[in-house]
Design a protein around this ligand. Structure first.
Ligand code: MN
Length: 482
């Protein structure tokens, strides 16, 4: 059965859900993790970013990518984690064509990063490894392997099993994506597989954890949440006496069917025969000057949670809008540019906030760009509204033209006759004309249907093509209809 939301299963959750997440993210570096091949896994031409090292030719030796180590240490710094002083790389042995060496270089006993916290979720570790080739089994040519991705630096983050709802898991993954992008260490696009989430899921009635399954191929935040909900339902049915039993296994997520399916019985760590890679040097982080805590801290940009707090504290931005400005870099930049242009005057800031999150988001929908609008021109627009030079209707139209063509709002409003008419004589003339053209409505109004005042104001706005000041129209009609 397809579910539109996970809320509807909450009432039947009679077991405690426990989830731990494992997140892999491809790191942005110039070259691969252990060789000089370009880190460009999405090259349209398969098998061009390869060399004897990542193709495992005999006699070749890996060299550690310093930038990749730096990226992971910066992630650890942002998470408030413990950064390893001693670290080494291990061989994780398995046989499959996506890993030509017969093992993946990973980290086992000494991860680069341990502990830390994100979005209230405790982190177990973050380590560095290499990505595998991408294989496809769909074409008529049989199975194909593209080694452009083999050896791309890959970060693996593991949370502690402390997540208890599907929403928490989704929120964690979203916040991690935002962090990786803010740090510039990964594009972290889930649809492209640059960030891949696996969920270890179990349910239990006691404090002892139940048998867990690991769900893979979750390529959107939504799938993460849905897969967890699906597993809760499936496991609950089994534990409540339904047929079958829960076995420790790896399950895949079927996006079309919105369900998980058994893939293979889960192997445990000893199946991989981990051992330190003798081809790589051990690292003593404190001996590498640019990896000192101070140096790493100096590379920290404003982190998402810091930015949220600052927008609320400094400008009184509403919490939900602070979220928008942090999640959408373009909108966040526009907001701050506009606010700087008006020197942070609070009432104007609120107006800027509103225009960006309503009208402007609407304009941006089709193109995704900010068009011809700049922080300065948006600030000027808001200043005109506050001065009474533009009605909200006029401001909407001016903004649309600014967006499409760029330019100064005053010049645009003047050229298009959108400057609000505060000229009492001109408005009075319109009011008189409207009153004489609508004798029946006037009679109704005078007989007590005072709500009809809105009709008259509307007619006034129409006659002035949106440029009349509605507050002035209100006063003038009230007088004229006495
Ligand atoms: Mn891994």
């Amino acid at each position: 059965m397809r579910r539109s939301s996970f809320d509807d299963i909450l009432p039947i959750m009679s077991y405690k859900l426990t989830v731990g997440l494992e997140v892999h993210a491809e790191l942005k570096t110039k070259t691969k993790m252990f060789c000089n091949s370009a880190n460009d896994p999405f090259n349209a031409e398969p098998n061009v970013n390869i060399c004897p090292v990542c193709m495992a030719h005999p006699g070749t030796l890996p060299v550690i990518n310093k930038q990749a180590v730096h990226h992971v240490l910066r992630v650890g710094t942002a998470l408030g984690s413990d950064l390893a002083d001693f670290t080494e790389f291990d061989r994780k042995n398995y046989f499959y064509p996506d890993i030509p060496k017969g093992y993946q270089i990973s980290q086992y006993k000494y991860p680069l990063v341990s502990n830390g916290m994100l979005n209230g979720i405790a982190i177990e570790r973050v380590h560095l490894e290499e990505d595998t080739a991408s294989s496809s089994h769909e074409g008529s040519e049989g199975s194909l392997v593209d080694y452009n991705r083999a050896g791309v630096p890959l970060m693996e983050l593991v949370t502690k099993p402390v997540i208890h709802t599907a929403e928490e898991a989704g929120a964690f993954a979203r916040e991690l994506q935002l962090l990786l992008r803010t740090l510039g260490v990964s594009n972290a696009n889930m649809e492209k597989g640059e960030m891949r989430v696996e969920a270890n899921i179990s349910i239990s009635k006691t404090d002892k954890l139940g048998t867990k399954v690991e769900v893979k191929n979750l390529n959107s935040f939504r799938s993460v949440e849905r897969a967890i909900v699906y597993e809760v339902e499936r496991m609950t049915k089994i534990l409540d006496g339904g047929p079958g039993e829960i076995v420790q296994e790896t399950r895949g997520w079927d996006e079309g069917g919105q369900k998980t399916f058994s893939q293979r019985k889960k192997e445990s760590a000893h199946d991989y025969r981990y051992f330190p890679d003798p081809d790589l040097p051990k690292l003593k982080i404190s001996e590498i000057p640019e990896f000192s805590n101070e140096k790493l801290k100096a590379t920290m940009p404003e982190l998402p949670w810091e930015k949220r707090a600052r927008l609320v504290r400094e400008y009184g931005v509403k919490t939900e809008n602070a979220e928008v400005f942090v999640a959408d870099k373009i909108l966040g930049r526009l907001f701050e540019d506009a606010v700087n242009a008006i020197d942070g005057d609070r009432p104007s800031v609120a107006l800027i906030e509103n225009y960006i999150t309503s009208d402007f988001v609407g304009l941006m929908k089709s193109s995704g760009s900010i068009g011809g609008v700049t922080g300065k021109s948006l600030a000027d627009l808001v200043t005109m509204i506050k001065a009474g030079d533009l009605s909200s209707r006029g401001a909407k139209d001016t903004l649309a033209i600014m967006y499409a063509e760029g330019g100064d709002p005053r010049a645009i409003a003047e050229k298009n006759n959108l400057i609000q008419k505060n000229d009492v004589e001109a408005l009075k003339k319109m009011v008189a004309e409207i009153i004489s053209a609508n004798p029946t409505v006037v009679a109704d109004y005078k007989s007590g249907k005072v709500a009809l005042l809105q009709f008259f104001i509307g007619q006034g706005m129409k006659a002035s093509k949106g440029s009349g000041n509605p507050a002035m129209f209100k006063t003038l009609f009230e007088e004229g209809l006495k």
